[in-house]
Design a protein around this ligand. Sequence first.
Ligand SMILES: [Zn+2]
Length: 296
Amino acid sequence: MFKWLSTIISLCFFSFNTAQAKPFVFACEPEWQALAQEIGRDQIKAVSATHGRQDPHFIRVKPSLMSRIKRADLLICSGADLEVGWLPLLLRNGTKTIQAGQLGHILVSDYVTNIEIPQILDRSLGDIHPEGNPHVHLDPKIILKTAAIINERLALIDPDHKENYAANLKEFETKWLTATERWESARKSLAGKSVVVQHKSFSYLLQFLGINVLTSIEEKPGIPPSARHLAKVVSTIKQNSTLAIIRSPFDTEAPSDWVAEKTGVRIITLPYTVGGLPETTDLYKVYDQSIELLSN
Ligand SMILES: [Zn+2]
């Protein structure tokens, strides 16, 4: 009787474990959660530490994040110090496999060339892009490259499903390349135009589209503008033909509102990532909607 009962218990335990055995992907930002989901589909469980209307530079480490990181098999973050204010604390509580140098550790910036690396860095000024621009998910080529890295790691973490991951990657690559051609065609009408940005969140996308950035409302990344700097921004806009002032859904509105009022130039809030605006429910829509907003 006891033996029979223990067999039932162990069977229950086995099925519980199987249900839990899906690789658990802990993304720092929604774009990497969405990308992991494209490759892993229902073979994985993916979560994001931040949501689309949160500034990924600054979040509070909540206990719920602490408990999630303890289960992670794969970590995917932008890197280049984007998460320097909160990821180290989380990692100290994370599994061995997601630590730096391990199979389950992906910082996308380690695999790409970051743009806007500062010539002279003075951290005392509070520059939050010390390793160059960390907002790498807005370059379609970087998305493609990261998709291949995610596939490679998932295949090693969960070899039973490696064929599924490879097939999903292939399908994603085909779809993404077709979409990239569509986005590239938008360059024709946008290349050579100029914008002012609030924070350098969109540099990769603007570079891809050939759009010039005249100046930033922030004096340096992460540094709120002084009155003197704002006056300079206004005069730059007045001296140049400016398409728009670009900001993200989580930027503080006051400085860009003020500049818009002084110059009459419109503000465009781009989605920035998945969930940034209500319509942006996947990575394709982040690009589609951004280009549509810039084109109209
Ligand atoms: Zn930034």
